[in-house]
Design a protein around this ligand. Structure first.
Ligand code: FES
Length: 163
């Protein structure tokens, strides 16, 4: 096919896993993370059920694009049964690899679910008296220029637009 997207991306976009289909109240979660993508303004909500620091279930929903949907679907499958520390350290590039790649200009979309996940885990740590225990490493989201999500956040907060 000459489509830009891999079959795995298409599969996860057409049939996304673990999407929140009910009202949030009907999925009582131990952790909640809501975030936006600073690059495009899209939104993501992630809800986790956690037992003994293991993620036992997850639901998410987004107003993001097809790439965000596919990446977060893949993420949601990946984190089930995972220790919160390991989940916290998943990088967007790991998801992109699992998806069989994303077009370079869509890499920022894979950061959305991943951010919501870390926000949810931070929420859980705060609730369990361990606020700030895990630290987020800067994630390289543009390999050609070595631009990290932190760079984008900093540029955004400083009001600068450098690319
Ligand atoms: Fe916003 Fe993809 S364009 S998440």
């Amino acid at each position: 096919s000459d489509w830009l997207y891999s079959d795995t991306v298409k599969d996860h976009f057409m049939n996304p896993r673990n999407v929140l289909m009910v009202d949030e109240k009907e999925f009582p979660a131990d952790a909640r993370g809501q975030t936006g993508n600073i690059k495009c303004g899209d939104q993501m909500l992630m809800l986790l059920k956690i037992k003994d620091d293991i993620i036992v279930d997850v639901r998410w929903k987004t107003y993001g694009c097809a790439s965000a949907i596919a990446s977060t679907s893949m993420l949601s499958e990946t984190i089930k049964g995972m220790d919160i520390k390991d989940a916290y350290n998943i990088k967007p590039e790991d998801l992109v690899k699992a998806l069989g790649g994303l077009p370079e200009f869509k890499i920022h979309c894979s950061v959305l679910g991943d951010k919501a996940l870390r926000t949810a885990i931070d929420d859980y740590l705060a609730k369990t008296g361990r606020a700030g225990m895990l630290k987020e490493a800067a994630t390289v989201i543009c390999t050609c220029l070595s631009i990290t999500d932190k760079d984008i956040e900093n540029a955004f907060h400083n009001g600068a637009r450098t690319w």
